[in-house]
Each structure stands twice: as structure tokens, then as C-alpha cells.
Design a protein around this ligand. Structure first.
Ligand code: IDP
Ligand code: MG
Length: 134
């Protein structure tokens, strides 16, 4: 079984989409192995998104992810990294039937984060759930 990190971003929490987003993962028979709500500090946000620090949208990205509470989850199942990314959809939210494709407001307010590889998943799970035995 593989594990991956999912963040339900502040726009989704604000819009009351938490339950419906979790249901998308559960409907695909993925398990929620850990879950917590937290407010990201700037330092934590910068660590999480460090690969984007030179990008033109970086400032907006950090401002958004620190703007309110997020839900952090470890999602578990066969090929969890890939399956979660498929359920989330593309970054811009152009694919109907995916979480972003159905509900995202824009590329900045695209509701949810999913790790992009098993290596990223390991790093991100350790960042958000440092004391858990993964
Ligand atoms: P991903 O979340 O689909 O993996 P990344 O390329 O890793 O997409 O970018 C991280 C986050 O940064 C995206 O989810 C999105 O919120 C934001 N982002 C990415 N590209 C753009 C852009 O071109 N304009 C504004 N925000 C962007
Ligand atoms: Mg990414």
C-alpha cells in the first residue's frame, strides 16, 4: 500500500467543501490514515512549497495557503500518489469530473494539494505528520 499527503486548502475549507472532497477519496476506496486541521506558518508553507520559490506565482501561493486553516491528510491505498492526483485533476482545473475540474475557482484557488511523486509524498508526510510512524 502506498501513502500520500493531501492538503485541503483554505479556499475549500472556507467554501465548506471538506466533506465532499474527502468523500471523493473514500468513494475510490482510499483510506484516510491520518487527518488534522492546522494553520500553516509562513515557515511551514515555504518548506512545503520550496520547489516553487523562484516562480512568479510564489507570493500569491504562500499568501493563500497561510490565509486560513487547512486540512492535512495522509491518504492510503494502491498507487495512492497517482490515484489521488487523478482524482484532484490538473493544476488549472480544466478536467470535468475531477475535484478541481468540478469546483475550483482558479489556478490559485484550486482547493487541494496532492504530492506529485512517492519521494515528495515521503517528504511532505514527514513535514505534516513528523511524529507518525509512516
Ligand atoms: P499542483 O498543485 O497541481 O501540483 P504545482 O505546479 O505544484 O501544481 O503548483 C503548486 C500550486 O501553485 C498549484 O496548486 C496552484 O495553486 C499554484 N500555481 C501553480 N501554477 C500557477 C500559476 O500559473 N498561477 C497561479 N498559481 C499557480
Ligand atoms: Mg505540485
Amino acid at each position: 500500500m502506498e501513502q500520500t499527503l493531501v492538503l485541503i486548502k483554505p479556499d475549500a475549507v472556507e467554501r465548506g467543501l471538506v466533506g465532499r472532497i474527502i468523500t471523493r477519496f473514500e468513494d475510490k476506496n482510499l483510506q484516510i490514515a491520518a487527518l488534522k486541521q492546522l494553520q500553516l506558518s509562513r515557515k511551514m508553507a515555504e518548506k512545503h512549497y520550496k520547489e516553487h520559490r523562484e516562480k512568479p506565482f510564489y507570493g500569491k501561493l504562500i499568501a493563500h495557503i497561510t490565509s486560513g486553516p487547512v486540512i492535512a491528510m495522509i491518504v492510503r491505498g494502491p498507487e495512492a500518489v497517482k490515484t489521488v492526483r487523478c482524482l484532484i485533476g490538473d493544476t488549472a482545473g480544466t478536467i470535468p469530473g475531477t475535484i478541481r475540474g468540478d469546483w475550483a475557482d482558479s489556478v490559485t484557488y484550486n482547493l487541494v494539494h496532492g504530492s506529485d511523486s512517492p519521494e515528495s509524498a515521503a517528504r511532505e508526510m514527514n513535514l505534516f505528520f513528523p511524529k507518525m510512524e509512516l
